[in-house]
Design a protein around this ligand. Structure first.
Ligand code: DGP
Length: 112
């Protein structure tokens, strides 16, 4: 999709620190990390949020989660948090589906 930041990172048009790729996903480090490991896992195809992706492509949705688990394991973490911010009031600022993987420090609940 034109003018989508994460589509451009997936395409390699904008640099991203990519840590893992699969057939349907790309994982890269968040530019403003909130934990020692803060990786975004995105589908290669453009959908606005997790629910839209899940309705259209359940396999890609599952692959976001398995990719996050693989990245956490590769970075040495058994415990981690995955988050899908959905909608501006929930903190979503980039409207291309992305899973936040956070690990490497104690994570409190509830989040802010
Ligand atoms: P969200 O607020 O849930 O939509 O998360 C968007 C995340 O994207 C946020 O944590 C910061 C990150 N981000 C924004 N711009 C860039 C960028 O150009 N590169 C990378 N790697 N991450 C970005």
């Amino acid at each position: 999709m034109e003018d989508c930041l994460f589509c451009k990172i997936v395409a390699g048009d904008i640099p991203g620190e990519v840590v893992h790729t699969t057939e349907r996903t790309v994982a890269f480090r968040d530019i403003d990390p909130k934990a020692p490991t803060h990786v975004l896992v995105v589908p290669r195809d453009h959908y606005a949020n997790a629910a839209e992706l899940a309705a259209a492509d359940p396999q890609a949705t599952a692959e976001l989660v398995t990719t996050a688990a693989a990245v956490a394991a590769a970075e040495g973490y058994a415990d981690y948090r995955i988050v899908f911010n959905t909608g501006a009031e929930a903190g979503q600022s980039v409207f291309h589906t992305h899973l936040h993987l956070l690990a490497g420090r104690p994570l409190t609940w509830p989040p802010g």
